[in-house]
Design a protein around this ligand. Sequence first.
Ligand code: FE2
Length: 428
Amino acid sequence: MTNYMTGFGNHFSTEAVPGALPIGRNSPQRPAFGLYAEQLSGTAFTAPRAENRRSWLYRLRPSAAYPAFTRYIGAPNFVPANRDAPLAPNRLRWGPIDAAPGTDWLDSMTTILVAGDGPLSQTGVAVHLYACDTDMTARAFVSGDGELIIVPQAGALTLFTEMGRIDLNPGQIALIPRGVRFRVTLPDGSARGYVAENYGAPFRLPDLGPIGANGLANPRDFETPVAWFEDVDGEFELVQKFDGRLWTTQLGRSPLDVVAWHGNLAPCRYDLARFNTINTVSFDHPDPSIFTVLTSPSDTPGTANVDFVIFPPRWMVAEDTFRPPWFHRNVMSEAMGLITGAYDAKADGFVPGALSLHNQMSGHGPDVASWEAASTADLKPHKIDGTMAFMVESRWVFQPTEVALQSAALDPDYDAVWRGFPKAQLPG
Ligand code: FE2
């Protein structure tokens, strides 16, 4: 079991060995035990205090000690977008992918969608799927491109990170800052899920405005692990994602050797069941922005680089209201996944582990069966229960990768769910 420190964006201090953490200064001339001090900056040095994210790490060896990277030939589906391919405005949907036997978390990563200009311009987001059955042992991964939200759908994960160990079950999410190295093991023997890789500004909690001081994801429910390290010499590979591509080097030691750290740039986990859901108690279906867990702002206020949004269990009580999500076209682009249960705008075909895409200005909403049922439903209070869907919503259009477009998991006729609506009948 791991001990966790609670809060979002707090300045934490933690040491796995008593006396390892310097007091009163960040870089003493000789840190305790001969540890090496290193600053990990997640924002520009000069970012305003409220935005500034950095931590100081005290480790067995400096992370600067490594030989040159060469191209990594594993993880064949962990790819950048093909910008040369024409982008059709089609709605798309993928079923769950299966694990290839003998594949670990990293090598199973399958990029489905990439939005925005990408890592070099620090804009946009990618959506990946994983399905694996093998532990990462003598190797670690790091994304230099973006911050990761890991969303398990089936099977627990253990994330051994530079800054602590995170035990993660379906229903929880983990947030791994850009640049933090980690490896993944599978306590249940296999695992499947989603990863959103945020190339833009770090995720933060959304402002609450008239909601007030409480609600949605509350800061105290985010859990950051205490310092943990492994003292391992010998063969150890580090795979780094950089500019959308993967690179490898041999370290000769585990890079997960941080004995103590302090700061506000750190991985954490969050249990989606702790989300304090807000909804209407009168009429109309509110915009799904009320379900925002975390947001990465863009340069335009109120227009996110990416929002991470959930559709949790909740009471539906609205009167004279079409209760499921309405038909709409959106300047923002939407990728959706399903962790468990059923989603209230789709009668079937959108199963746990699936992923759907509704890009900028593509019409979407309930399928025919969901529309018919909701249009004639007796509007008593009703609880949507046993479900958890999520959305990765971006101001940038998503480009499906070639891997995604060629995948057997791609629904050949997703458009069919909107086929067969009866025509409205005007009077006379
Ligand atoms: Fe939508």
